[in-house]
Design a protein around this ligand. Structure first.
Ligand code: NAD
Length: 342
């Protein structure tokens, strides 16, 4: 079988990582096209990957061999780009959050079903080894029935400027914590039925962000159809490091996932002061293996293997939770998720 030809759309932070991972770690695939409306970025990422740069997806379809696309553009572009790619018969890996609204997610899923093509959403934690191991233990019944789940994500840097505007991104609950919302659904095996969110803006002014609705700190309490309860929190920017941890409490025990500490390296210089150990510094470092496994899994599914990654339903559910949580803090009330199934 010939290699799968992949086109990246959006050669920014996440896109450049995916393109490099395909090039380095996925022998069954090759990068043939890099699309970015910033020509310099497209050319920069294409150089070294033996791929051609393009300004639009239409130009790439006309000028390169393509079987599948990786969409890593800002959230507000996901729906149109995914539908365009699927209608052209291409398989789609789309970065999280899937889109801005449940209706946009439906458009994408309907286009995938009509075309008979793979649509996978970039919830990388589903491929990160310690998350996979924890899920297997929960599924095995090691901690009994899940009664409570807590998931936190704190990122060190400000997201790109477009993500500061909740109209374009749905804010930090989407950009950062949608990973948590997907994780808590996965770990509980149940749907969120009610949320209550509090958010705050502690560092926006200091960072020159004046756009209305910006927040950098959030806590969301969750109720699940199974009667489990949960908490998700986020801080971004959190200068102390990249921090992603989960606790799952069951009727018979506890599973924890993740650690603030990075590499097991300890420096001791002065015994009266103690030692220092590195913390996780960035998301590409924290989830480095997850990113490789998820893009490998996508290529496998495109090549006829089982599609076992997060799909359009998973993507839509996370978007629904984000939208409900934003409504919750805006209206200072708990919000029910209509139609959430057990
Ligand atoms: N899975 C993860 O851990 C993770 C991490 C970071 C970002 N992301 C997601 O990846 C997506 C991109 O985020 P980012 O931080 O890489 O953004 P970014 O701003 O760094 O990069 C986006 C790129 O898309 C390009 N672009 C914008 N509109 C375009 C269009 N219509 N056509 C072609 N190119 C276009 C921009 O020029 C830019 O180069 C978002 O959905 C974000 O949530 C996921």
């Amino acid at each position: 079988m010939p290699p799968t030809n992949v086109c990246l759309i959006g050669a920014g932070r996440a896109g450049a990582l995916h393109a490099t991972n395909v090039h380095r770690y996925v022998p069954d695939a090759r990068m043939t096209a890099i699309v970015d409306d910033d020509a310099a970025r497209a050319a920069d990422v294409a150089a070294g990957l033996d791929a051609k740069p393009f300004a639009t997806l239409a130009a790439a379809i006309a000028g390169a061999d393509i079987d599948a696309v990786v969409i890593a553009t800002p959230t507000f572009t996901h729906r149109d780009l995914a539908v365009e790619a699927l209608e052209a018969g291409l398989h789609v890996f789309c970065e999280k959050p899937m889109a801005l609204s449940a209706a946009e997610c439906d458009d994408m899923s309907h286009a995938a079903a009509a075309a008979g093509r793979v649509l996978q959403i970039g919830y990388v934690r589903r491929y990160q080894p310690e998350f996979v191991e924890a899920f297997a233990r929960i599924a095995n019944g090691d901690i009994g029935d899940v009664t409570m789940v807590k998931s936190l994500t704190r990122g060190p840097g400000l997201p790109p400027a477009w993500a500061h505007d909740i109209a374009l991104s749905n804010g930090m609950l989407a950009e950062v914590n949608s990973h948590c919302f997907d994780t808590v659904r996965w770990m509980t095996g149940s749907e969120v039925t009610r949320v209550y969110a509090e958010v705050a803006n502690h560092k926006g002014e200091r960072n020159g962000i004046t756009v209305e609705g910006f927040y950098d700190t959030a806590v969301v309490t969750l109720r699940f159809a199974s009667d489990a309860v949960g908490v998700v929190d986020g801080v971004c920017p959190a200068q102390y490091g990249y921090d992603a941890r989960v606790e799952v409490i069951g009727t018979e025990g506890l599973i924890t996932i993740g650690d603030t500490l990075g590499m097991p390296v300890l420096t001791c210089v002065d015994r009266s002061v103690g030692g220092t150990r590195p913390v996780h510094k960035t998301w590409p470092e924290r989830f480095s293996w997850g990113y490789v496994h998820e893009i490998t899994g996508f290529v496998d599914a495109v090549r006829g293997g089982e599609m076992n990654g997060p799909d359009g339903v998973d993507g839509k559910r996370a978007v629904e939770i984000v939208v409900a949580a934003n409504r919750s803090w805006q209206e200072t009330r708990p919000v029910e998720l209509v139609g959430a199934a057990a």
